[in-house]
Design a protein around this ligand. Structure first.
Ligand code: ADP
Ligand code: GLC
Length: 489
C-alpha cells in the first residue's frame, strides 16, 4: 500500500507531546511491514535544516496554494526519517510556519493548518504520487478527508484513495469562526446550521473529520469506549456514536530504539532487567545533581508532562499538602498552565530537598527521570493512550496511574493482581478522580517499595511487557484495508 501520513508534529523534527512520538515511529513500522510511506509536516523554524539533513526539492519548484483568497508560495524539502527509508516532506511557507513554536493563538491559526493541508494535497499532485491511504492525525489535518472528496475529487490521482483519521486527544478540536471554511474554499452547506463542520455557530475541524473520514480511530480501546460517553466525549460523543461502525481503538506502541534502558544514549548508566544496578546509579546521579540528600530507601517520584488539567494537576493541587508529607523525593519536568507552574515552583522553593521542578521541555532530562525514578506518576483525568507509563514500564520505574483510557489498558494494579492470586501487577492505579485516592495510591506504592522482593517483581513484570509498534502497526494495516474496502465499494 502507498500511505501518506500527515501530522503537525513528527519526532525528531517537531514534538510537544505523544503525537510527535507516534508520527515519528509508526511510519517506520508500516514500512517494515512492506508498505511505502511518505510523511508530511509543516516546516517550522524550530528545528535545524542542517542538523536534520533536509534537502530542498529543486525539481518541484514552488507550488502556489490558495488560502483565504491569497496565493501562498509553498516549497518542499525532504529528508529520510532517521533509521528508515521513509521520506518526510516539509511544507515550507515562512509566512505561516516561522513563528518559533508549533501552535499559536494567533488569529490566523486556522489558515496555518489549512495551508498545511492544501499544501500537502498539492504536493502529492506535484509529486504525482497517488496514495491508497491518507492517514490524518488530529484537528490540524481534519479537513483533508472532505477536501480530498470534494475540492480535489476531480483529480484521478485521488480516485481510489481512502482516508483514516486518528483522534489523539478530544480536548483539541480546532474550533474557528465560520470564515475558516471559506478560507479553505469548503462549500457553504458544510458550515451552515446542521452542516458536517458546523458547531454552535462556528466550525470544528475535528467534527468535520469525524463525518468525512472513511475510518476513524483513537489510540486505545478504553478511550474509544470513553469517547462515546458524555463524561469524556468533549461534545463529539453523539457524532462518534453515529459513526460507531467505523470507529476503532488501536493502542500506540513505543520506539524501543529510542526508549530502552540498555541502549539509551542519554543515560549516564545503562541497565537491563537482568542487572538493575545501573538504575540505582542513575538515581544517585540525578538526586545529587539536583542537590537532594541521597538515600537509597527514599523513593524518588518522577513526573514528565505537559502541565495541563488533563494530566491531573487539579487533584495534585488539591492534595499538595498531603503529597509533600509523603516519605519521598520528587523530580518534576514540564511546562504549561501558569497556575500549576506557580504552584510547583512555590512548593519546590519551600521544600528544596524534597521537590525539584524543572520548568520547560528537555528531552534528555525526560530520559534521565524515566531511568532514575522509582515511581512514575500519571494521575490523568483522561488519557487517550499515554506513552510515559509505557516508557516507565520498560525502565523498571513503577507507574502510579489513574485508571482511564490507555492507562487502564496498560498498567495492572499490583494489589488487584495479588487479590486474584497471580502476582502479575505492573503498577498501581485508582479509579476515583480525587486527591484522596491519589494520596492513598501513592502511599500504597511507597509501602510496597519497602518490600524489596515485591518491588523487584513489579519492576520485572513491567520490564518484560512488550509494547513495541509491530502489533499496533499490523492493526493499522488492517484498518487501512477496511478503509480501502469501504472507499472502493
Ligand atoms: P501527551 O501526548 O498527552 O503529552 P504522552 O504520554 O502520550 O502525553 O506523550 C508525552 C511525550 O512528550 C513523551 O514522549 C514525554 O516524554 C514527552 N514530554 C512531555 N513533556 C515533556 C517535557 N517537559 N520535556 C521533555 N519531554 C516531554
Ligand atoms: C495525545 C494524548 C496521549 C497520547 C498521544 C499520542 O497527546 O494525550 O494520551 O499518548 O496523543 O497518541
Amino acid at each position: 500500500m502507498k500511505i501518506a501520513f500527515l501530522a503537525s508534529e513528527v519526532f525528531p523534527y517537531a514534538k510537544t507531546g505523544g503525537l510527535g512520538d507516534v508520527a515519528g515511529t509508526l511510519p517506520k513500522w508500516l514500512e517494515e511491514l512492506g508498505h511505502e510511506v511518505k510523511v508530511f509536516l509543516p516546516k517550522y523554524n524550530t528545528f535545524g535544516e542542517v542538523e536534520h539533513n533536509l534537502h530542498y526539492l529543486w525539481n518541484i519548484k514552488e507550488i502556489p496554494v490558495r488560502v483565504a483568497g491569497r496565493v501562498c508560495s509553498v516549497h518542499l524539502h525532504t529528508a529520510k526519517l532517521p533509521n528508515s527509508n521513509v521520506d518526510v516532506y516539509f511544507i515550507d511557507c515562512p509566512q505561516y510556519f516561522h513563528r518559533f513554536r508549533l501552535y499559536t493563538s494567533d488569529p490566523d491559526e486556522d489558515e496555518r493548518f489549512i495551508l498545511f493541508m492544501k499544501g500537502t494535497i498539492e504536493a502529492l499532485q506535484h509529486l504525482q504520487w497517488s496514495p491508497d491511504i491518507i492517514h490524518c492525525n488530529d484537528w490540524q489535518t481534519g479537513l483533508i478527508p472532505l477536501l480530498i472528496k470534494e475540492n480535489y475529487g476531480w483529480d484521478r490521482l485521488f480516485e481510489n484513495c481512502a482516508t483514516v483519521f486518528t483522534i489523539h486527544n478530544i480536548a483539541y478540536q480546532g474550533i474557528f469562526a465560520k470564515e475558516a471554511f471559506s478560507k479553505a474554499e469548503i462549500k457553504q452547506e458544510h458550515y451552515l446550521h446542521g452542516g458536517i463542520g458546523e458547531f454552535f455557530g462556528n466550525v470544528n475541524f475535528l467534527k468535520t473529520a469525524i463525518y468525512s473520514a472513511d475510518i476513524i480511530n483513537t489510540v486505545s480501546d478504553t478511550y474509544a469506549r470513553e469517547l462515546l460517553t458524555d463524561e469524556f466525549g468533549g461534545g463529539m460523543q453523539h457524532f462518534l456514536s453515529e459513526r460507531k461502525d467505523s470507529f476503532f481503538g488501536i493502542l500506540n506502541g513505543i520506539d524501543y530504539s529510542v526508549w530502552n534502558p540498555e541502549t539509551d544514549v542519554f543515560l549516564p548508566y545503562n541497565y537491563s532487567s537482568s542487572d538493575l544496578s545501573g538504575k540505582l546509579l542513575n538515581k544517585k546521579f540525578l538526586v545529587e545533581h539536583i542537590n537532594f540528600p541521597f538515600n537509597e530507601s527514599i523513593p524518588l517520584i518522577g513526573i514528565v508532562t505537559r502541565i495541563v488539567d488533563q494530566k491531573g494537576f487539579d487533584i495534585i493541587a488539591a492534595g499538595i499538602d498531603q503529597l509533600i508529607e509523603l516519605p519521598a523525593q520528587w523530580a518534576v519536568l514540564g511546562s504549561g498552565e501558569q497556575r500549576y507552574e506557580d504552584l510547583l515552583k512555590g512548593i519546590s522553593v519551600k521544600f528544596p530537598q524534597k521537590i525539584y521542578f524543572y520548568k520547560g521541555y528537555n528531552n534528555e532530562f525526560a530520559h534521565l527521570i524515566e531511568a532514575a525514578a522509582d515511581i512514575f506518576l500519571m494521575p490523568s483525568k483522561f488519557e487517550p493512550c499515554g506513552l510515559n507509563q509505557l516508557y516507565s514500564l520498560k525502565y523498571g520505574t513503577v507507574p502510579v496511574v489513574r485508571k482511564t483510557g490507555g492507562l487502564a489498558d496498560t498498567v495492572q494494579d499490583w494489589h488487584e493482581s495479588l487479590a486474584k492470586g497471580d502476582e502479575t501487577g505492573t503498577g498501581f492505579s485508582f479509579a476515583d478522580y480525587s486527591s484522596h485516592a491519589l494520596v492513598n495510591t501513592l502511599q500504597r506504592a511507597i509501602n510496597s517499595f519497602y518490600n524489596k522482593t515485591a518491588w523487584r517483581k513489579i519492576q520485572l513484570n513491567g520490564m518484560n511487557k512488550d509494547f513495541s509498534w509491530k502489533r499496533s502497526a499490523e492493526k493499522y494495516v488492517a484498518l487501512y484495508e477496511k478503509a480501502l474496502k469501504k472507499r472502493r465499494s
